[in-house]
Design a protein around this ligand. Structure first.
Ligand code: NAD
Length: 479
């Protein structure tokens, strides 16, 4: 059995214990044992990052560019192999696994280019003879806490801008997906970076995570995960007045209007609701359909769902892999019952499946006659379950879409430019899609939401500079 270590101050080190990483498609397979860092080791990692960051902040831009480019290229070149590893430990299908690793590489090549575009601003002062310069400086050492559902791409969209803008990193990956974390760390460790600049400490949130978020030597915290954990982290950050950015859950609405083309509408719904086994923050969990096309949509959706193959993540035929672990599958099943208790009507799917290999499988489920008062439409379930909410017209659809505590993404399927424009303007979400699924975003533009879905400044694209740098305003009197 392979034992994988933490990466602290440029060295691979054993932890105080290990956890087993189990394949959710075949629970007889243990992928490896993964070191759990002690609190002392987290402190060593933070101290190392502080030392290395001071050196890195003075590094030449070309050294940064070369390191980021090399990491990005390595990820893209190894996307099939590392994608497979991701499938084995998280349950993604082959295209999902490969696609995620390739995208992870693109974050690095994008920020490699951004390294060379770090320009300041110069302005005249209101006082004659004084020049004003506005420049950006690294924020320092960034603590990163990441979830299991995008275990490669998500850390990359944090680590790439962090080091591009001159910061050090102490990263805690999720304990359910440590193999992808170790593989990414191995690629980063091969580059010409100061020892200790990027550290990876594996372990439970309650121990390793807490040690990071409560440290006074961490200058900024970036977190992606559930709202409950986010609130806890916000409390810790407030106590130290630590800069904070968080991306959390959502209940993304996909609105289908009477004038929608049915085939693309169904394709968007299936992709958005069941892609990645519904385990994504951008999943289309609420499908809001106007009366005129409701029955036609439900029928077409049911027909399309019949062809979806649930199976072992590595099987080429599989469209929907397993839930990540038994806890997630139990939660999905619990919400199947809750939905029916609240009066939702199950059209198809939802049952646990026993397949050739023992894994956490269930059929994707579709509910109709649901409304926003039901718990299935209020809570983030994170499973392959979609709920149809029938509405009379566009105005009701928009109101239903916004009637949630979350606000990450939303989508409208329509042929009307004026409806699409109205929706774009009035949807209370950070990202809006028109004639596209609620999931699927680019790497060069800002990503994030509103309300309980996000806190702080945006991730990705140039907007990431807001979090990973401090702005400095200098007044220069030279005469
Ligand atoms: P989670 O909140 O349980 O865990 C996320 C991370 O936080 C893990 O690494 C965990 O170990 C750590 N953690 C837990 N308790 C902690 C504590 N007290 N202190 C510090 N760290 C702690 O979330 P999860 O189940 O791993 O991931 C699923 C959630 O992530 C969903 O809610 C999903 O919507 C969200 N998510 C959001 C986005 C986005 O960009 N909005 C993207 C992906 C996932």
């Amino acid at each position: 059995m392979t034992q994988s270590h933490n990466y602290i101050d440029g060295h691979w080190v054993a932890g105080e214990s290990t956890v087993a990483n189990i394949n959710p498609s075949d629970t007889r397979e243990t992928i490896g044992e993964y070191a759990q860092a002690s609190v002392n080791q987290v402190e060593e990692a933070i101290a190392a990052a502080n030392r290395a960051q001071r050196q890195w902040a003075n590094s030449g831009l070309e050294q940064r560019y070369n390191a980021l480019m090399a990491i990005g290229n390595a990820l893209m070149a190894r996307s099939v192999e590392l994608g497979e590893l991701l499938c084995r430990e998280e349950g993604k299908t082959r295209p999902e696994g490969k696609g995620e690793v390739y995208r992870a590489g693109q974050f690095f090549t994008y920020y490699a280019a951004e390294v060379l575009r770090q320009m300041g601003e110069i302005s005249e002062s209101v006082r004659p003879g004084v020049e004003v310069q506005v420049t950006r400086e690294p924020v320092g050492v960034v603590g990163m806490i990441t979830p299991w559902n995008f275990p490669t791409a998500l850390p990359c969209w944090k680590i790439a801008p962090a080091i591009a803008y001159g910061n050090g990193v102490v990263w805690k990956p999720a304990n359910l997906t440590p193999a992808s974390a170790v593989a990414l760390m191995e690629i980063i460790a091969e580059q010409n970076l100061p020892a200790g600049l990027v550290n990876m400490v594996m372990g439970a949130g309650s121990k390793v995570g807490e040690a990071i978020i409560n440290s006074p030597d961490i200058d900024a915290i970036t977190f992606t995960g559930s709202v409950a954990t986010g609130k806890r982290i916000a409390g810790a950050a407030a106590a130290n007045l630590t800069k904070l950015q968080m991306e959390m859950g959502s209940k993304n609405p996909l609105v289908i209007l009477d004038d929608a083309d049915m085939a693309p509408a169904v394709a968007c719904a299936v992709n958005g609701a069941f892609g990645s086994t519904g385990q994504k923050c951008t999943a289309s969990s609420r499908i809001i359909v106007t009366d005129g096309v409701h029955d036609q949509f439900v029928e077409a959706m049911q027909a399309s769902m019949k062809s979806l193959v649930v199976g072992h993540a590595l099987d080429e035929k599989t469209n929907i892999g397993p839930a990540v672990d038994s806890g997630q599958l139990d939660q999905n099943q619990r919400y199947m019952k809750i939905a029916e208790e609240d009066g939702a009507e199950l059209v198809c799917g939802g049952e646990r499946l026993e397949l050739e290999t023992p894994g956490h499988y269930m059929n994707p489920a579709l509910f109709v006659n649901t409304n926003n008062d039901m718990r299935i439409n209020k809570d983030e379930v994170f499973g392959p379950m979609a709920c149809v909410i029938k509405v009379a017209d566009y105005d009701e659809a928009l109101a239903a879409a916004n009637d949630t505590q979350f606000g990450l993404t939303s989508s409208v399927i329509t042929q009307s430019l004026s409806r699409a424009s109205h929706f774009k303007k009035h949807a209370k979400t950070g990202c809006v899609m028109v004639n596209l699924p609620t999931s699927g975003t680019d790497y060069h533009v800002p990503f994030g939401g509103r309300k309980s879905s996000s806190f702080g400044s945006r991730e990705q694209g140039r907007y990431a500079a807001e979090f990973y740098t401090h702005v400095k305003t200098t007044y220069l009197k030279s005469e």
